[in-house]
Design a binder for this molecule. Sequence first.
Ligand code: PEP
Ligand code: MN
Length: 281
Amino acid sequence: MAVPSTRVPRRVLREFHPCDTTVNVGPIKIGQGQLTLIAGPCAVENEEQLLPLAQRLAESGAHLLRGGAYKPRTSPYDFQGLGEPALRLLARAREQTGLPIVTEAVDEASLERVVEYADVVQIGARNMHNFALLKRAGRCGRPVFLKRGFSATLEDLLLAAEYVLDAGNPDVILCERGIRTFSDHSRFTLDLAILPRLAELSHLPVFVDPSHASGRASSVAPLALAAVAAGADGVMLEVHPEPERALSDGVQSLRPDQFPALAAELTDLACRVRRMREAVS
Ligand code: PEP
Ligand code: MN
């Protein structure tokens, strides 16, 4: 094998850390066998959008609230996020609901702001290869939710996580969110085959984001269920009170009334999957 030893990830691997990593976010234990659900809008838009939605999500099975304050948009003409006012709204939503906040840092300047408010810092697909940002995230004192780049291999993803771990932060959650392939029937191609390989190789918890992977609300539930069946530790779902009026990613966003039943089904399936695995192990 022609991979030079300096490129082989270490701290991410089970051989260096045999037990599963649990990431504690307040009372929530991510990666300890219980399914964790992160839900919320693509972007924080205003108080009327966020606060009632956060309340409904908290009452119907969400464990953490997501919402972008800084949006890494493919086009410079698309909504870029409200910045710090959005972080303040997220903090109010947390105060009212108790839900910890997951929100994205898009560069080193936004990371400074995000760590003041967020419980978990998201590094998005477009920044998975931003090594300066990964190193800073490794020193930020918050768990990091690291999404797989569109064309990142399993090794690329593990090495990106290695940057964070190597900088001193053991709390990394990986997220499969779809990759670019020739398929054009969905926004990206959800690569569930990475889940069992990641579980074999790494001790880090792994989430799946079927919203960004599919780009279509009607595909979200089946892919979320498939992700849980394949062993995901958690699922990230975009939910918007009025998807047709969303400033970003409305087409893939669930309505709040679709969330409770899906959350219950996913939780129930996760219990059955765990029992089945225990029975065969
Ligand atoms: C997001 O979760 O808001 C996001 C932009 O996702 P991704 O980085 O996976 O595209
Ligand atoms: Mn989005």
